[in-house]
Design a protein around this ligand. Structure first.
Ligand code: ZN
Length: 446
């Protein structure tokens, strides 16, 4: 896949700039209409879908249609630069045939822009790599609604279940709350195979497709025990990337036998660090060994293994986990490797939970479609999340309003209400209105 686009300029992203990038990508979306009924543009359909996720308001377009009728203009045109507002049904029909990958150049533009502006440098971790946790999240499940891309499970008893899962890699860092979603990979049934596609296959497809884009940035892939299998590790190494993957004893018997054997001959190094956690003292004990086989057999991949056990002052174990990595482990870097490995929970907590629970309605059925609609909506949702993250970094007014309103929910409740009743000339005008109400002094931009 080629990406002919680079960020338009070296300026930080603004809301209007981001909408401009969207317009230029959306105008090339597949338009499957053949008849003369081509009144609405693909740009308006896609911007309409995006606006619902950006405002986190399922009724946003309905309100804007009413506003346009009453006042002759609406926030759909002033904020999102839509020319006309198609109906929800028209949006679904227009977007259903579009393969989700047609939206991916937007991820590339935004992430490349962040990289070129050096915003990702502070995210670098072990051996100067950027951490990319990968995790699959099921964003749709039903016993009634389905499409040709559904994963189908037929239990012996009970109803057939239809679902969609997406692997969502993000760039994350141990000390940062913001994560940046990269291009997603959808778990889909493979053509010509009875066997259902699985998450590992999707992860490998992502690597094949996107490693050429990201490998020069130096990447460590993070993932749970499910990914800690030789084919995935080899795929990651083969693409010139590193890995730090959860490595549990139950699923890695050979590796743990080696560790136990080396333990008896003093071949496992240990390191203990006592630190203060609030008023409590806690002790971290690291054990590590380099070059042990990941699995049984002659062709087993050699990996490096480390484990952290944290105990409280009474000696009770309060945390224990272990990781396999290709990074050489030393006493100097073992804590950093474990900290990096633990960052994989960020993709669950910051990205997937945010998408599922904090107003993004990823599991909400906006319309399933017959072909790609479900995946297109999930992609637009991830784009909205990425856009919010970028504005949180680069839009000083947005930062100030979000800080004052503390919770995400309050901000979006206010955004919903304001855009329902008032038409704002621009995104900046909307934020300045909120700042006046909240008695926030605008930042000095002189
Ligand atoms: Zn489906």
């Amino acid at each position: 896949m080629s990406y002919p686009f680079r960020p338009a300029n070296n300026q930080p992203f603004t809301f209007d700039g981001l909408i401009g990038h969207m317009r230029s990508v959306f105008k090339d979306l597949l338009d499957a209409r053949t008849g003369s009924n081509t009144h609405y543009t693909m740009v308006d359909a896609a911007l309409g879908g995006f606006s619902v996720f950006f405002t986190q308001s399922p009724s946003f377009l309905e309100f804007q249609r009413n506003m346009a009728l009453a006042k002759g203009r609406s926030n759909a045109s002033t904020l999102f630069k839509m020319t006309e507002i198609p109906s929800d049904n028209q949006i679904r029909n227009l977007l259903d045939p579009v393969p989700p990958k047609e939206f991916f150049p937007l991820f590339a533009r935004i992430i490349d822009g962040l990289y070129d502006l050096d915003y990702l440098e502070s995210y670098r971790s072990i051996n100067g790599t950027l951490l990319v946790p990968m995790d699959g999240t099921q964003y749709f499940s039903s016993t009634k609604i389905c499409c040709k891309n559904c994963t189908v499970k037929k239990p012996n008893k009970g109803k057939t279940n239809y679902s969609h899962t997406v692997v969502t890699p993000v760039i994350a860092a141990p000390g940062s709350h913001s994560v940046f979603p990269l291009e997603p990979e959808f778990v889909t049934p493979q053509d010509g195979h009875d066997k259902q596609d699985c998450e590992n296959a999707a992860a490998k497809r992502w690597l094949t497709q996107f490693a050429p884009r990201y490998r020069d940035w130096r990447i460590s892939i993070l993932g749970d025990d499910l990914y800690c299998k030789q084919p995935v590790c080899e795929a990651i190494l083969g693409e010139g990337m590193s890995f730090i993957l959860v490595c549990k004893p139950d699923s890695h018997k050979t590796l743990y036998e080696w560790v136990a054997g080396l333990e008896t001959s003093g071949g496992v190094e240990t390191l203990s660090v006592t630190r203060r956690h609030g008023k409590q003292l806690e002790t971290d004990t690291y054990r590590f060994v380099n070059r042990v086989p990941l699995r049984d057999g002659k062709d087993a991949l050699e990996v490096n293994w480390c484990e952290l056990t944290t105990r409280n002052a009474s000696g009770e174990v309060i945390y224990k986990n272990a990781f396999a990595t290709n990074h050489e482990i030393t006493k100097d870097n073992v804590a950093e490797i474990v900290l990096a490995g633990r960052t994989r929970w960020k993709v669950e907590n910051e990205n997937n939970n945010t998408l599922k629970t904090k107003g993004y309605h990823l599991t909400h059925n906006f319309g399933h479609g017959k072909q790609n609609l479900s995946a297109v909506m999930a992609t637009l949702n991830l784009l909205a999340f990425l856009t919010h993250t970028v504005l949180g970094l680069m839009d000083a007014n947005y930062q100030l309003v979000r800080q004052k309103l503390v919770t995400r929910k309050t901000f979006f409740n206010d955004l919903r209400a304001l855009t329902r009743y008032l038409c704002f000339d621009s995104w900046t005008a909307l934020l300045l209105f909120m700042m006046r109400g909240l008695e926030i002094v605008p930042p000095d931009t002189s």
